[in-house]
Design a protein around this ligand. Sequence first.
Ligand SMILES: [Zn+2]
Length: 388
Amino acid sequence: MRAANRAALVAAVRRHGPITRSALSEWTGLSKGAVSSLVAELLRDGVLYEEDAAAGGRNRALHLNRALGVALGIELGTSECRGIATDVAMNPVRRSLQPVTSVTVEASIGLIAAMARQLLEGETRPCLGLAVALPALTDAEGQRVVFSEGLGWSDVPLAGRLSDILGVPVRVTNRPRAGAMGEHWYGAGVGVDDMVYVSVSDGIAAGAFIEGRPLIGATGYGGEFGHTTVLLDGPPCVCGNRGCLETVASLPAIRQAIRQRVRVGADTSLREPIAYRDIIAAVRDGDALALGEVRRASEYLGVGVANLINLFNPSLVIIGGYLAEAGEMVIHSIRKAAQRRAFPVSYRHVQIQRNALSLDSACVGACALVVNGYIAGLEPALCGSPWG
Ligand SMILES: [Zn+2]
């Protein structure tokens, strides 16, 4: 509880600072005595500093100490690896994007370690840690990748391997959960207690916040939204099932559908090799084939989103990943399909909208995990976010 209160204070300073102790007490609901004692700790630890102004004692404004260090967040996908370094106020200070040419464990460790070093180049502040977000089931301690069908991994002690190489604390997390954290704490979902974030890129997955806390599941494996069945006898999926949402609405599925149509003579501006960003650019340019296939995928997503709305009764569904980059047409198609299928009483109270952090949602969430963990002095994913 003390750790959560520490992080809540820091969050309030980040959002409202410079701020006095009494204003902190108002924002956080903590007693003045509790604020005073926690602030003393945070000043001692160098997380906060106070103005040396003439105003005496308790009226001095508190600031977040950005010199404290930088956090690294890296998102590994099957086609791209994306990274951000932020300060403790979550301002991005450096970015990196690299293609993924091999998803073997050794190649991925090499790629992530090289990206981490690149993000720290020229940085004089200490590195507080690295969080890696992957399309994978990860253990509750954030140390091991338990299973990833997309990467073809099982039981990989990724955090320990990277920590040995880089000499900083490392944790691993599920990519959509990181995206949900990024959007909940810093993006479209700030202040929204019941929200679902859906990421649509090389796979489809969801991360949820229920009553202000991230949904983890009994063993940490919740959120495999892409593997809910939408077509009983649909195409085979990498998970061994058939007709999963991912087989009809992910970027690889859209690309596959475009290729099939081209083979039977459909016209398009797209040329091989087709990257995800090429499909999004073609939609924006009005390419009829790309538009049609993205719209069809969005309708399937809307069916899935209707299920999420009926299950969780969220007030916000955020769409992120590459598909969201195609813009309002995607969101509109999802809304229409979801409205047809969700309970009207639930649909009436839900907003479906695009993410605010573009392709950075998961990296920002990963950086927040590092900063929260450092400041709270414990692993924050299991205790929810005091950063709202
Ligand atoms: Zn599946």
